[in-house]
Design a protein around this ligand. Structure first.
Ligand code: URA
Length: 265
């Protein structure tokens, strides 16, 4: 079949469709055709922040393999030591060092990112590179800091994966499953009042949902970790915000929602 020069190939079409699905698009057609040549209308103002956003129940965490080593840990320090001894995760062989957590263990808020990048791999602390610097500025805007000594303004930061995947590739399902018992034990021991998931990977892990992050973000759900219900807010990853600065307005709404929750509870 002849294809016009500007026709899209089936491979590119599939890639574009995947990308849209990842971004949260879940409808293929609208009720009425869209005239893409018409002058764009002024965009409506942002709706006011929903009073403490919807909290819907997420399924309880499924029991996970490799749990015994994590279950034995009685403190966050013991988790770090156990991870240091834990040789089953292949990422450990390619990473420079373990990157477990940073911030104040007494904090009301736990932030969970995806996986260490290059700077984190070198320093052994989560979110110390460019996205970490943006994260620190975002937190400061709502009065939170990883350095704060008081639990009200402090945060505790960790990741879904504790070793850098080579070349920053997306962690595999097996790698994530191996690290999950340690993340869940960290949540049990740190006992946060609120969890904020930075990006899709932690949001999927901790909510059991697989929607795109643009669909999940901004909606509070309840994570059930070992019988304890914890309000959890998925939001956009700072690395994504560095690539798509226009989306910072969405992240800002999520931060305000977190601030409201902290003030209200
Ligand atoms: N991105 C993450 O998800 N975690 C880090 O620690 C650094 C960058």
């Amino acid at each position: 079949m002849d294809r016009k020069q500007d026709d899209i190939s089936p491979e590119d079409a599939a890639r574009a469709l995947n990308w849209l699905a990842e971004m949260g698009a879940d409808e293929i057609i609208l009720d009425a055709p869209v005239n893409r040549f018409a002058a764009p209308k002024a965009s409506p103002p942002d709706p006011p922040l929903a009073a403490p956003a919807t909290i819907a129940a997420a399924p309880p965490m499924a029991p996970v393999a490799n749990a015994p080593a994590a279950a034995q840990c009685q403190s966050l320090g013991e988790i770090e030591a156990a991870l240091d001894r834990f040789d089953a995760c292949p990422l450990k062989k390619t990473a420079t060092r373990l990157c477990f957590a940073d911030g104040n263990p007494a904090a009301r808020v736990m932030l969970v990112g995806e996986a260490p990048g290059r700077d984190e791999d070198i320093q052994g602390k989560p979110f110390v590179g460019r996205s970490g610097q943006l994260l620190d500025r975002m937190l400061a805007a709502i009065g939170l800091s990883r350095q704060a000594a008081d639990r009200e303004s402090a945060v505790f930061i960790t990741n879904t994966i504790f070793w850098r995947p080579p070349g920053n590739r997306t962690p595999t399902e097996a790698e994530t499953q191996m690290c999950l018992p340690f993340l869940l034990r960290a949540i049990e021991l740190q006992k946060p009042d609120f969890i904020v998931c930075l990006g899709a990977t932690p949001a999927h892990r901790l909510t059991g949902r697989n929607d795109g992050i643009l669909k999940l973000r901004g909606k509070w759900v309840t994570a059930n970790v070992s019988g304890r219900n914890i309000p959890l807010l998925p939001t956009l990853h700072p690395a994504y915000l560095l690539r798509q600065p226009a989306q910072k307005r969405l992240a800002w709404r999520d931060l305000l929602s977190l601030r409201e929750m902290l003030d209200a509870h």
